[in-house]
Write a protein that binds this ligand. Structure first.
Ligand code: NIG
Ligand code: FE
Length: 416
């Protein structure tokens, strides 16, 4: 049994932010505790509070204080660990050529029409072996872990046929370090073998989804709901079928065009709505009143030089928002959390507490994991990150993210 006592000078638990379900948060909702103590048993928080309120008798059932390992983390700032709720981590190849093309004025959509974009990564990824993909994905996962990410969502979507999609999900399942949440994104783009969307969705529904389910490779499915991708009544039917099979739904929606996807996806209880750049006024109100989380991906808007989602309006109407990198080789080839946080503040006018809650509790909620992650409270997972900086130094300087150590389920998983 792993028994630990952690002592901190300054610990932010985000308890009040969690009590507000991550909505309309401000500085006080970060719930700071000075001279704090946290006790964990087998990776779960047993007790947490000001050190002077701690009573040793609490630990009697576990053999008393002496049975516990004591970890002194004074001198550091501690926060709930980050959750990266939207990443396309498993791929081969690079799209630096497209970056140059976009810079010369060719659009993301034009590049896709010429056979580049997602399909060019599909070609490279299909060619790569499982072990090559795992080596690439593993290194990227550690890059997230080193920034304080202990829960990492990983999408498939660069296979687009049965064997390659299953290969990507198998790779996701073998990644070590952060807890991985795999998502099946077969409906990412139309693969070259199919000439129409409906027959590809038939194929996914009849051949691939049942295998993903049977082998337990993913419990969630995602779709790219946009013009030129998937947005028809057939696409809705596909999602309904997936839901019937027990998959949770999430979606890339209204990134490039406003196609009314938000309304349809909310009717399906989509656990998150990602990108949400092209929102109408009624969409904003719908999201704010829903249980779904709006996942904002400013790194993609930055790289594609597009407009940013209406974050302020979403937040002020009471939506729960998350932030994530959307790391992928095309629209966001960076894993840098500090850049995402700076863009959120600079371009979407999110406050620092809003950014911090969006990258913890909000992101956990986007994965349906807020009962375990996203804040530090009794019964939740003992996942936290220590910084060698004051709180206000975070998400201000791109590249400055001075993590000293990362703990996942009460174990130190990264040290600088
Ligand atoms: O989230 N929008 C769709 N999918 C990715 C981009 C994938 C790619 O360009 O390879 C995104 O931005
Ligand atoms: Fe994405």
């Amino acid at each position: 049994m792993a028994l630990k006592i952690f002592d901190f000078d300054e610990l932010f638990t985000f308890k009040a932010a969690a009590a507000r379900d991550g909505r309309r948060v401000s500085q006080k909702d970060l719930s700071p505790l000075k001279s704090a103590r946290l006790v964990s048993v087998d990776g779960k928080i047993l007790w947490l509070g000001p050190k002077k309120q701690f009573k040793a008798s609490l630990l009697k059932p576990w053999g008393g204080v002496r049975a516990f390992e004591q970890v002194n983390l004074s001198g550091f700032l501690a926060l709930p660990a980050f959750v990266e709720c939207h990443s396309h981590l498993v791929f081969a190849g690079s799209r630096h050529g497209e970056f140059e093309q976009r810079n010369q004025g060719v659009s993301y959509e034009q590049i896709a029409k010429q056979g580049g974009g997602i399909i060019s990564t599909v070609k490279a990824t299909r060619r790569a072996s499982e072990s090559e993909l795992l080596a690439l994905a593993q290194e990227r996962a550690i890059k997230f872990l080193s920034q304080g990410v202990t829960v990492l969502e990983v999408k498939s979507g660069y296979g687009l046929n049965q064997s390659s999609e299953l290969k990507l999900l198998k790779v996701a399942g073998q990644i070590q370090g952060p807890q991985i949440v795999p998502t099946f994104l077969g409906a990412h783009a139309l693969p070259p073998e199919f000439s129409d969307v409906d027959s590809y969705l038939d194929y996914l529904e009849q051949k691939v989804l049942p295998l993903v389910k049977r082998r337990g490779l993913a419990q969630r499915i995602d779709i790219f709901w946009d013009k030129g991708y998937f947005h028809s009544p057939r696409a809705l039917k596909f999602l309904l079928q997936a839901q019937k099979m027990g998959f949770a739904i999430c979606a890339h929606v209204d990134q490039l065009h406003s196609l009314g996807g938000v309304k349809s996806l909310l009717e399906l209880a989509s656990v998150s709505l990602d990108h949400v750049v092209q929102l109408t006024d009624p969409d904003i109100t719908r999201i704010a009143r829903s249980q779904s989380t709006a996942v904002l991906l400013p790194g993609a808007d930055f790289y594609l030089r597009m407009k940013y989602p209406p974050a302020r309006r979403l937040l002020e109407e009471g939506a729960r928002c998350a932030l994530a990198t959307d790391f992928n080789p095309g629209s966001c080839p960076t894993q840098d959390l500090s850049l995402i946080g700076v863009l959120a503040r600079l371009e979407m006018k999110m406050t620092l507490p809003e950014v911090l809650v969006a990258y913890t509790y909000g992101a956990a909620a986007a994965l349906g994991l807020q009962a375990d992650f996203g804040s530090l409270e009794v019964g939740k997972s003992c996942d936290f990150v220590c910084f060698n900086a004051g709180l206000e130094e975070l998400f201000y300087s791109v590249g400055h993210h001075p993590v000293k150590g990362v703990w996942h389920r009460g174990q130190q998983v990264y040290a600088h």
